[in-house]
Ligand binder design. Structure first.
Ligand code: PEP
Ligand code: MG
Length: 743
């Protein structure tokens, strides 16, 4: 057994150089490879050849590659294995004459990894075009783990140098990312990556290691159960997220992998790490958000087990700063909950998306999170002052004292504004000339519902039902959906709620529906198109809504209608469900309102045939803008290029309002635009009387409404819209300043 022989070699106490020479000889023999080489990462991001069997021996310590250079550099740069039958045709191939390697055609290499950091690369090469199989790559990974311990122990390069290889600058730094949850926080950096050191890789007693693994697994399971029992985890999707995580703990396939790794001679901790590395190697390149999410759950579980097995404690231990900003590559939901919530101020992730499990839990706890912040882990030192600005999707590292003061002032001002808006809570959203505006809130998670009471909104103008579908691992059945919608109606306590049917597809992937694979997802098979092609799915959702209403008023909205026939088809499905409910003696909704999202411009020229079939039209300006201007809403380069206050959009909306209102149909705007005071002003001026927005926008928009004379504003906007094509943003600002409108 290779591992055993390796251990014997290391135990002989020969020098590190001799040990490496022996390792490359053993590996080359065992794998029937003509070449085996070890490269070690040195300061300045250089990979130096430390040992070789098969390449020119004089190249040792002479051949140096930058990280990213050549195939070896590529393995280090991405921290992932490569196995190539024809290495020379790979675009990254770089030939080094001193090595004499031009005769070798195939190559397999793995990074030497420790606690997520690359310390070097281990490679084998063959003359023939050899296909290395998965098992061979796994063997290399096991050897690399042993080598990682040698490097980390400072036996090859000085421990200082190992520390430095990330090259940390200490200057103030701004890192741009994406907003995962909103809010601004300041605190001291705590690096989450637990950097768990596996001291023992090779098992003395396999049976004992299997037992240690089972014990650790049992205690992790208990931890998660305890979290689920915690008071604020009693309901909602964040509970579901944790339950999904617990299912992972019990996953048979994964457990088997760990057991096999231990049976091959590894310790429990090394086995757990190996099983994770295997999965990451297989799935790591996937851009599928569901798979990435599973990987962060598995990483979370792996870290938890490693902490147990190595007897280390995690972030909760003493010595943590009072105000913590946790920095991580990625995090699972359970890991976030491990931190002391009274000290946790914010989170920064190198990965993550707004729908990642950690973001959902953070939102429930009202903690700002910035995600996809490149390389923050290597650019931040523990204890650094960090500003997490979720609102502008920025992280400020080691900001100067005046920036810190400005941030504290901004946090205070925010609290002050919150107090001011809270004081408006019970005052009606009516203009100075007594026009009453309907102010509604958008929601998508049960936890959002708490804001209804807090903001004093009139109701929920848009309930996005897809989010609970996306965090689950299987399609929720009618009962589960009905339970959720009924909770929403309970919390709304008589205030109207408009449920939008599933708006998935494109980038909003459901893990249990075949991947859509659309090239142009926003315009692909999504929303109502899926609902009509998979009527059973849509019918189940409608059934759940009727069940949840249980006689209470109900309002249903269909997304992405592009053609009247789609609405009619959707209505027919609703009729079928109403019939079914009647046959079963279920009470009918006291009042049933049916409406559509106006997101596709083509609808503007179908209003005459559409309006007789709807009670309301809700304008989704987020999608409408992207289709009107052909500008991807998710692409920062183009999404900010066109102004929502352009005459093109406002004239279109004005045209729609003038058609819809006389037909006795309600018109609402529920895109982000409705939540920005200046935009809301323009919408009211062209005749919209109902707006729905994120909870945080209700206060500012209400303050604007209460300071506005709508008659004046309407006259002003009408005349501005007859002017040559120029966005109204600036003129509206001047108008607001002149008329003391709070924007
Ligand atoms: C919109 O498109 O404006 C909208 C409100 O829907 P979503 O943002 O969920 O696509
Ligand atoms: Mg939309």
């Amino acid at each position: 057994m290779l591992l055993k022989r390796l251990r014997d070699t290391m135990a002989r106490g020969v020098s590190a150089e001799e040990t490496l020479a022996e390792v490359v000889r053993l590996v080359a023999n065992e794998m029937v490879a003509e070449v085996c080489s070890i490269y070690i990462l040195r300061a300045g991001e250089v990979l130096e050849l430390f040992a070789t069997q098969g390449l020119n021996p004089s190249a040792v310590h002479r051949t140096r590659l930058r990280v990213g250079e050549g195939l070896v550099g590529d393995i280090a740069a991405h921290g992932r294995p490569l196995a190539l039958a024809d290495a020379q045709s790979h675009p990254q191939f770089a030939y080094r004459p001193e090595t004499g390697e031009e005769v070798f055609h195939s190559l397999a290499g793995v990074p030497i990894l420790r606690a997520g950091r690359v310390l070097g690369v281990l490679v084998v090469q063959n003359r023939t075009r050899r296909q290395y199989d998965e098992e061979e790559v796994e063997t290399l990974q096991t050897i690399a783990m042993v080598l990682a311990e040698m490097v980390a122990a400072g036996r090859l390069v000085s421990p200082n140098e190992v520390q430095q290889v990330d090259g940390i600058g200490l200057l103030p730094l701004r890192v741009d990312g994406v907003q995962l949850t909103s809010g601004v926080a300041i605190g001291r950096a705590v690096l989450h990556e637990p950097r768990i050191v596996i001291q023992r890789v090779v098992a003395e007693d396999v049976g004992a290691e299997q037992e240690r693994f089972e014990e650790a697994l049992a205690s992790v399971r208990e931890d998660v159960d305890r979290m689920l029992e915690a008071h604020d985890m009693q309901s909602g999707e964040h509970r579901e997220v944790l339950e999904t995580f617990r299912m992972f703990v019990d996953d048979r396939g994964w457990r088997e992998r760990v057991r096999e790794a231990i049976a091959s001679g590894l310790t429990a901790e090394a086995g757990v790490q190996r099983a994770f590395d295997d999965v990451r190697t297989r799935l790591g390149q996937s851009t599928d958000p569901y798979i990435r999410e599973r990987l962060s759950d598995l990483q979370d579980l792996t870290n938890r087990l490693l902490l147990r097995l190595t007897g280390r404690t995690n972030g909760e231990s003493g010595g943590q700063p009072e105000d913590m900003v946790v920095i991580a590559r990625d995090m699972g939901p359970a890991e976030l909950l491990d931190y002391d919530r009274s000290r946790l101020r914010g989170v920064v992730l190198e990965e993550g998306s707004a729908l990642s499990h950690v973001a959902i839990v953070a939102r429930a706890l009202d903690i700002p999170v910035v995600g996809r912040a490149p390389s923050v882990l290597s650019r931040v030192e523990p204890g650094d002052t960090i500003v997490v600005d979720g609102d502008s999707a920025q992280v400020l590292v080691r900001p100067s004292e005046d920036v810190v003061q400005t941030i504290y002032a901004a946090i205070d001002a925010r609290a002050e504004r919150r107090r001011k808006y809270a004081a408006l809570r019970d005052l009606p959203p009516a203009t100075r000339d007594q026009a009453r505006v309907g102010l509604y809130m958008n929601a998508g998670l049960l936890i959002d519902m708490q804001h209804l009471e807090e903001t004093g909104a009139d109701g929920i103008g848009l309930y996005r039902t897809e989010i609970p579908f996306m965090v689950r691992s299987e399609f929720p059945d009618v009962e589960a959906q009905a339970w959720l919608y009924s909770r929403v109606l309970d919390i709304a306590d008589g205030r109207p709620v408009t449920f939008r049917t599933l708006d998935v597809g494109g980038d909003k992937v459901l893990p249990y529906v075949d991947a859509f694979g659309d090239e142009n997802p926003a315009m692909g098979w999504r929303a109502i198109r899926i609902g009509l092609d998979r009527p059973a799915m849509l019918r189940r959702q409608l059934r759940a809504m009727l069940q949840a209403a249980n006689g209470r008023p109900l309002s249903i909205m269909f997304p992405m209608i592009a053609d009247v026939s789609e609405l009619l088809a959707a209505r027919r499905l609703l009729e079928l469900e109403l019939d079914r409910a009647r046959r079963r003696g279920l009470p009918e909704p006291e009042r049933l309102r049916v409406g559509i999202m106006f997101e596709v411009p083509a609808l503007a020229w179908q209003l005459d045939s559409l309006l007789p079939h709807v009670d309301f039209v809700s304008v989704g300006t987020n999608d409408l803008m992207q289709f009107l201007f052909a500008a991807d809403r998710g692409n920062a380069r183009v999404s900010a290029r066109y102004d929502t206050l352009s005459p093109a959009l406002l004239r279109l909306l004005h045209f729609v309002v003038e058609k819809v209102r006389p037909a006795g149909v309600e018109i609402t705007v529920c895109g982000e635009m409705a939540g920005r005071p200046v935009e809301a002003l323009a919408l009211l001026a062209i005749g919209v009387r109902t707006l729905s927005m994120s909870p945080g926008a209700i206060g500012p928009v209400k303050a604007m409404i209460r300071s506005l004379d709508l008659t004046e504003a309407s006259a002003f906007v009408s005349s501005a819209l007859t002017q040559p094509d120029r966005p109204l943003r600036e003129t509206l600002r001047l108008f607001a300043a002149d008329h003391a409108v709070e924007i």
